[in-house]
Design a protein around this ligand. Structure first.
Ligand code: NOJ
Length: 518
């Protein structure tokens, strides 16, 4: 694993919405450059930027029309290369978003592929061999193009699946993963990765990394084999390249496919989801970090720990504050609750990912869909910098903005969060400073759950000489472990003290202690 990853904290930037430097209402590369010092000062060491390639934007850029061309609305190739250079000047790193599973239907490969069955790109996508043939078991489209057949989709209608083959081909039109057409798709994607690494990015967040091989088995062995081959070839040329997968199965992604990092994704009812987003349409919300939740941290740990244990020697299973697909953390949790939740996320092993604006408590807003965002649109609004027009995001007329800023008089901004000493922003900054400073946080295999019970809210965990104690509930709770009297308090939201049998934590508190040296 690359050394810098051990101390890395990523900041996810949705380029449409971070900072508009030329007044056209949409964010751009130069705007991101203007704000790099902000990201660094906050304590983040690396950036993941959502897709920034030429695209018709039917899925916010996850529908790529040209893998090697920056989207005009964000700037030129020179601007993007300057962004890479400015990031590196600050000793930071930057990952682009690779979309290997599908292209836009406007990609020239697809234009060729959809013409007829006899052209160099005929096998780049997955086509059935007759218009009456059905791609049973897969979403597919027929009747749109001259070619006789239906084609398989990977996500939206605008995103035809690239052809990496089938693990066990069942129909005549299904090719094995080693078919020359499928190998040519791999070559094309290796070429794309090398192109951007040569331009100066440090690696990739990989979209739907598990989606490549169709009819794959449970462990996704076919997809893992394809990745081992592609990552191996890229790393032979760029040994420092870093890859984080959108997969949520670290045993496959890290141990078999060869990614350094995998995301713990927000899936309804999974361990991560229960921490911050456990709500339903009836208004019931039992998210663990809510003051009044009935949950125990074991609901999370029982899923997280075995996966962490399985990969801790090899790679990182990474937690997020949220991302461009989730509702904002502020939707369910108030500021105090988010302080505890973020303190927890930022002190677990792995590299945490902070979604832009979560550090100032940006809200989820109910908005009409934009660029295929649907309900995700409300989490993609412009970053709110200050009290000037459009919250300092853009000087354009408000009607021209990519998405509206929060009109509320108390809309959170960087300016008002910085002005308030006890804000979430300051807590995040202080904690990230501590995270960089304490070596125990860089060690990946030292997490120990010290105390947790099914019927209790408070819990404790350790990493090396550090002990973390957390009580998310509205009442003081005692944690049944002995804490040596001479412990040093390194960080505290709320507080606690040694009690009768253990350590008594005040309501909604989080404390980091250092055990005395021997
Ligand atoms: C996952 C991305 O995060 C999401 O935004 C996108 O719509 C789909 N993959 C399709 O690429």
């Amino acid at each position: 694993m690359e050394e810098w990853l051990k101390k890395a904290v990523f900041y996810e930037i949705y380029p449409q919405s971070f900072r508009d430097s030329n007044g056209d209402g949409i964010g751009d590369f130069n705007g991101i450059i203007e704000k790099l010092d902000y990201v660094k000062e906050l304590g983040c060491t690396a950036i993941w930027m959502n897709p920034c390639y030429d695209s018709p934007f039917h899925d916010a850029g996850y529908d790529v029309r040209d893998y090697k061309k920056p989207a005009e609305r964000y700037g030129t190739m020179e601007d993007l290369k300057r962004l890479f250079a400015e990031v590196h000047k600050r000793e930071m790193h930057i990952l682009l978003d690779l979309v290997p599973g599908h292209t836009s239907e406007e990609h020239p490969w697809f234009a060729a592929s959809s013409r007829d069955a006899d052209n160099p790109y005929a096998g780049r996508y997955i086509w059935t061999d007759h218009w009456l043939g059905r791609a049973e078991g897969f979403p597919y489209i027929a009747g749109e193009y001259p070619r006789d057949g239906a084609y398989v989709l990977n996500f939206f209608k605008c995103q035809p699946a690239l052809n990496y083959g089938f693990l066990t081909p069942g129909e005549s039109w299904q090719k094995g993963i080693d078919h020359p057409d499928c190998l040519a798709t791999r070559d094309a994607m290796v070429d794309v990765m090398c192109f951007w690494l040569e331009m100066g990015c440090d690696g990739f967040r990989v979209d739907m990394a598990d989606s490549l091989v169709k009819n794959d088995d449970r462990e996704k062995n076919g997809t893992c084999e394809v990745w081992r081959d592609m990552l191996g070839r890229v790393r032979a040329r760029y040994p420092k390249a870093v890859f984080v997968s959108e997969w949520n199965r670290p045993e496959s992604a890290i141990l078999k496919a060869g990614f350094q990092m995998d995301f713990y994704l927000d899936w309804t009812g999974n361990g991560y989801n229960l921490l911050m987003r456990d709500y339903d349409d009836t208004g019931r919300d039992d998210s663990f970090f809510r003051k009044d939740s009935g949950r125990s941290v074991l609901d999370f740990m029982e899923e997280y720990l075995p996966r962490y244990e399985a990969v801790k020697e090899t790679g990182m299973y990474c937690l997020i504050t949220g991302n461009h697909d989730t509702v904002r953390a502020a939707y369910n949790l108030d500021e105090r609750e988010r302080k505890l939740a973020f303190a927890f996320l930022f002190t677990l092993p792995g590299a945490p990912f902070l979604y832009y604006g979560d550090e100032i408590g940006m809200r989820y807003r109910s908005l009409p869909t934009k660029e295929g965002g649907y309900t995700r649109t409300g989490s993609r609004t412009p970053m709110q910098w200050d009290h000037s027009a459009n919250c300092g995001f853009s000087v354009a007329d408000a009607s021209l903005l990519y998405l509206p800023t929060d009109p509320a008089p108390d809309a959170p901004t960087v300016e008002n969060q910085q002005a308030r000493g006890d804000s979430l922003y300051h807590m995040v900054k202080e904690l990230l400073r501590l995270r960089r400073q304490e070596e125990a946080f860089a060690v990946q295999d030292n997490l120990k759950l010290l105390w947790a019970q099914k019927d209790r809210r408070a819990f404790a965990y350790g990493r090396g000489d550090l002990v973390m104690l957390c009580n998310p509930s509205g009442r003081a709770e005692e944690i049944g472990i002995e804490i040596p009297a001479r412990c040093e308090t390194l960080f505290a939201v709320g507080g606690g003290h040694p009690g009768q049998k253990g350590y008594l934590l005040e309501a909604q508190s989080y404390v980091i202690l250092r055990k005395p040296g021997l």
